[in-house]
Design a protein around this ligand. Structure first.
Ligand code: BEZ
Ligand code: FE
Length: 307
C-alpha cells in the first residue's frame, strides 16, 4: 500500500505543471551527463522558461519566433553566418569576448571579429599601401607593438582589413574590387614598429538583407557599424588581440550596430596638409595620419605542447 502511494506521488511530480515547468524539464536530465552540459542546459531551460512566463506569448507569436529562427538558419551558408550576426546585434558576441579576455590594465582590449576576416592575406613590408582600388582619402597608420611594461615586441604579426570607400569588404564584391583590397599582413620591426598606408575608413552597414536585418528594423535600430580598421595582432607568448581602431568623427560611435566600440579604441586621426610630410610618406597632401600602439598582455594559456 505504502509503495503504491509513493510511486503515485513520484510520477505526479514528473508530470508537467506550469509553476514548476523548468524543474520538471531539468529533472529529466540523465545521470551520466557531462557536468558542463548539465549546467548549460539547466540554466538555459531555467531562463527560457522564465522568459516565456514573463512574455506569455500567444501561439502565433511563438510560431513567429520559430519561423524567425528557421529563416535565420536557412540564411546560413559557407559565406553567411546569420546566427553569429544575431549574436552580434544582441551584444552576446561582445559579452562572450569580454568574459574570455579580461586583460590587465593598459593592455589593448579586444572587440568583435566580424565575418570578413580572411586568413592568408598578402604579406607586405612596412610602409606598403593596402588600398588597391584607389578610392578614398589616403591614410598612414603607424605605431608600435609593446608588452604592458612598454618593452617593444619585434616580429609581431599584424593582420589588418577594412572596407573600401563604398563601404564593402573585398570578399563582398568579388570581381568588383581587386582581390585582397584593403587587407594585408605586416610584421613589427626589431623595435616593435609597424606602418602601412590605406584609406580613412567609413561607416558601413552589416549585412541587413536577411532575418537579422529585418529584426533590427523592427526594433527601430539601424544596421550601421562605426568606421573602423580591423586588426589581429599576435606574437608568441602573448594573448592574441582581435581588435579595431575607430575614427573619432564617426556619428555611429555611440550606436554601433554590434556594440563593438570601446572608448579605449577610438583613435586620433589627424589631417596632414604638409607637402614635405606627404612626400616623405609617398602620398599627396592632404592625407590622414593615425599613430596607434598595441599593448599585448602575456599569454593567459600555457603554450600547447608540440609533439
Ligand atoms: C565587421 O566589422 O566586419 C562586422 C562585425 C559584425 C557583424 C558584421 C560585420
Ligand atoms: Fe568591419
Amino acid at each position: 500500500m505504502q509503495q503504491a502511494t509513493s510511486s503515485t506521488s513520484q510520477s505526479t511530480s514528473a508530470y508537467f505543471e506550469e509553476e514548476r515547468s523548468a524543474d520538471v524539464v531539468n529533472a529529466r536530465m540523465g545521470d551520466a551527463v557531462s557536468p558542463r552540459l548539465k549546467q548549460v542546459m539547466s540554466v538555459l531551460v531555467k531562463h527560457l522558461h522564465a522568459a516565456v512566463k514573463e512574455i506569455e506569448p500567444t501561439h502565433d507569436e511563438w510560431f513567429a519566433a520559430i519561423r524567425f529562427l528557421t529563416e535565420t538558419g536557412q540564411m546560413c551558408n559557407e559565406w553567411r553566418q546569420e546566427y553569429i550576426l544575431l549574436s552580434d546585434i544582441l551584444g552576446v558576441s561582445m559579452l562572450v569576448d569580454a568574459i574570455n579576455h579580461r586583460r590587465p590594465n593598459g593592455a589593448t582590449p579586444n572587440t568583435i571579429l566580424g565575418p570578413f576576416y580572411v586568413a592568408d592575406a598578402p604579406q607586405y613590408d612596412n610602409g606598403a599601401n593596402i588600398c588597391l582600388d584607389g578610392k578614398g582619402e589616403p591614410l598612414v597608420v603607424c605605431g608600435r607593438v609593446t608588452d604592458i611594461a612598454g618593452k617593444p615586441i619585434p616580429n609581431a604579426k599584424l593582420e589588418v582589413w577594412q572596407t573600401n570607400d563604398d563601404g564593402f569588404y573585398d570578399v563582398q564584391q568579388k570581381g568588383i574590387q581587386p582581390d585582397s583590397n584593403l587587407r594585408g599582413v605586416f610584421t613589427s620591426d626589431g623595435e616593435g614598429y609597424y606602418s602601412f598606408k590605406s584609406v580613412k575608413p567609413r561607416h558601413y552597414p552589416i549585412p541587413a538583407d536577411g532575418p537579422v536585418g529585418k529584426l533590427l528594423g523592427a526594433m527601430g535600430r539601424h544596421p550601421n557599424r562605426a568606421a573602423h580598421l580591423h586588426f589581429i595582432v599576435t606574437a608568441p607568448g602573448y594573448d592574441a588581440v582581435i581588435t579595431h581602431i575607430f575614427t573619432p568623427d564617426c556619428p555611429y560611435l555611440p550606436e554601433d550596430a554590434v556594440f563593438g566600440v570601446k572608448r579605449e579604441l577610438i583613435a586620433d586621426f589627424k589631417q596632414v596638409n604638409d607637402m614635405d610630410a606627404a612626400q616623405t610618406v609617398g602620398l599627396e597632401a592632404p592625407f590622414w595620419s593615425v599613430t596607434w600602439d598595441f599593448t599585448l598582455a602575456p599569454s593567459s594559456k600555457p603554450p600547447r605542447a608540440t609533439l
